[in-house]
Design a protein around this ligand. Structure first.
Ligand SMILES: C[S@@+](CC[C@H](N)C(=O)[O-])C[C@H]1O[C@@H](n2cnc3c(N)ncnc32)[C@H](O)[C@@H]1O
Length: 369
């Protein structure tokens, strides 16, 4: 059924600062931010499900970000600042067109606006190819759109690995279509320091969130048992100073991998090949222990974990200071919660559950009783 026309809105794109999206304060919005004299653009954060609040908190600290509505916001500053966000998988520019379906974007005026909009994203991001991300991206309309954009942007269309990811979706609270363009050629979760990948490596945005929620203190002596490729160590080192930081892993391959990543991050963190349960370290050596325990699928087994988890809680209790805290990430949720119930040494609080790579691990923060 055709949708009735909405006389209040022109048929063309609601562009940039002129027509910000659905806030009821459109008329009064200035075209430029008086502090920067730059035109504001609308953006949207893409965070892993479960990390939205961490992302919103991080966004709140970005100077000039305003009119924040969940993941969407207006921002007149240098987009480079947004590419430094640590809790999000990606940041997108977003613009909405008053077209009832994607075919409408092929109209002369809309295509011109769309190309100009995407070109401005490429100018900043330096993307060298593009791809479309939309339901029905194999359709003839999407293929035509890809051909037109290939010409207009003078960029190759690479449907699998194109750097400029252009997502099309129906407008959330209106009849038009949103076009989102990822501002960076790679996702922000693909950290430049990651030169070595391990099966079971933690998504770096989760590592950032865990440290933020566990508390970031310069005086902390931090221990990361089962450090794998070093994600938790490196993300913490990049966040700011700490009194000490040590990682151990029972696998030499993992230790070598972590060292390669630490070197690429230009950080100096000690990582040793040791059993985390038998390090020989003195009691109360650490103020914060952060651990991404074996989940029993990609790494370790459920049977081994039945023994490992209780022993781990006991040994970490020995290694932490009186006010010490222990952050645990695991997908062995039922088993870990049973182990928690059966012990008296730690008081546990669930911090979050996050969707990552087909898993839904939980993050807990434990304090010594
Ligand atoms: C889930 S992975 C950690 C992944 C890591 N967070 C990363 O981003 O790469 C668990 C790690 O625990 C290590 N591990 C398992 N049992 C251990 C033990 N008793 N002592 C030390 N490391 C152990 C494994 O070798 C594996 O590297």
């Amino acid at each position: 059924m055709p949708r009735p026309a909405r006389p209040a809105r022109p048929p063309a794109a609601r562009s940039g600062a002129d027509r910000p999206h659905g806030t009821g304060r459109k008329a009064s919005r200035p075209k430029v931010d008086h502090r920067t004299r730059q035109k504001a653009h609308e953006y949207e954060l893409d965070a892993l499900s479960g990390l939205e609040r961490v992302a919103e908190t991080e966004l709140a600290a970005v100077p000039l970000a305003r009119d924040i509505r969940g993941p969407r916001f207006w921002y007149p500053g240098d987009p480079e600042r947004l590419t430094r966000m640590k809790s999000v998988v990606a940041v997108y520019r977003i613009q909405t067109w008053d077209v009832p379906r994607p075919r409408g974007l092929l109209g002369n005026q809309q295509l011109g606006e769309l190309t100009e909009y995407l070109r401005s994203v490429v100018e900043v991001g330096g993307h060298t190819s593009f791809r479309l991300g939309a339901a029905g991206k194999e359709s003839s309309v999407m293929q035509r759109l890809a051909e037109e954009l290939q010409q207009g942007l003078n960029l190759p269309h690479d449907p699998e690995t194109g750097e400029l990811l252009i997502r099309l979706r129906p407008e959330l609270d209106g009849p038009g279509w949103d076009v989102l363009a990822r501002i960076t050629p790679k996702p922000l979760s693909a950290r430049p320091w990651r030169v070595c990948n391990l099966h079971g490596g933690l998504n770096a945005t989760i590592a950032y969130a865990v440290h933020k929620l566990a508390g970031q203190r310069d005086v902390d002596r931090i221990f990361n048992p089962m450090s794998g490729s070093g994600t938790l160590l490196i993300e913490r080192a990049l966040m700011g100073p700490s009194d000490a930081m040590v990682g151990v892993d029972a696998s030499q391959a993992a230790v070598d991998c972590a060292r390669a990543n630490i070197h690429a991050a230009k950080k100096d963190i000690e990582v040793a090949c040791l059993d985390a349960l038998h390090t020989g370290l003195p009691a109360r050596s650490f103020d914060l222990v952060v651990a991404d325990l074996p989940w029993g699928d990609a790494v370790g087994s459920h049977v081994d974990n039945e023994v490992l988890y209780p022993a781990f809680l006991t040994e970490m209790h020995r290694l932490t200071s009186k006010q010490g805290r222990l952050a645990v990430i695991t997908h062995e949720i039922r088993m870990f919660e049973r182990v928690l119930q059966d012990q008296q040494k730690w008081h546990a609080q669930e911090l979050l559950q996050v969707a990552s790579g087909g898993h839904h691990p939980k993050v807990y923060l434990l304090h010594r009783r």
